[in-house]
Write a protein that binds this ligand. Sequence first.
Ligand code: CUA
Length: 330
Amino acid sequence: MTRGRHLPVPLLTAAVLAGCGDRQSVLNPKGPFALELTQLSWLLFGVGIAVLMIVMAATAGALWGSDRMRARLASVRAVVWAGVVFPVVTLTGLLTYGVVLTRAAAVAPDADPSALHISVFGEQWWWRVTYEREAGTITAANEIRIPTGRPVLFKLTSPDVIHSFWVPNLGGKVDMIPGRTTLLRLQADAPGIYRGQCAEYCGGPHALMAFEVVVLAQAEFETWLDLQAKPAAEPASEAAQRGHDLFLASGCGACHAVRGTPAAGTIGPDLTHLGSRRSVGVDTLPLTEANIRRFIHDGQRIKPGNLMPQFRIFAQADLDAIATYLAGLR
Ligand code: CUA
């Protein structure tokens, strides 16, 4: 018999929860809006437990109590107070508290002049991300970077079907609805990396429609955003140059944009700074040259149903060159 079988239930539960990790968890709030939601959740949970205990006690009294207790529980007075007044007062109180608390996160676009504005488009099955700056917008994809200590106003929409934007550590979940823009305010208090997930079934590889939110110190964020605003780096080696030429000659630019080159497609993710991201294939593989190669050659195995066909037309050396080029787009 293993020792694990003797673990008490609370310990087992804690082990299971710890196994979920804390970079995608509503129980590990990392910003003011997430903290409010966590507090609300614990309050609802606590009140729910209290009500359950009261109901269980009343049930026990009705089953096994004295005749006097049973008569009291069956009286009109008990039914009116416990069955009408108590639920109305409790539920009204909780609803009011919840509405007031969550109103802070849902605001008008201009309510907070210090907020950073980021538009996110939920696409089948990836994320188009644009950062708004006075000098213009900067397009990126599949990874969101934000500064610490500054509210971020997300403007969310979708060109195809309903998706839902959710970063549990940072705040609530908001649907991305075609033809509408929904707003969500998030804020992170400290640098870190959190995982977000599309939380509305959107067909095919919905479950693999995840992303990371990388929270950087303010200055580091500005440096990163300056880099993202620039056109793509020139190929740094002969192999990268060959990869660049093959990328353009093979028609990759019909779907993908690499700013500064003739590739200007908008169907798929912008690849201008692909090499500076942490993942390839929308958070399915860590970003390495080998994984870029794998995704081009075997993308339907890695992310079944994604809209990019597998490109098995390349000789190994050519595929290597394209991967070298793309990984170098930092
Ligand atoms: Cu997008 Cu589910």
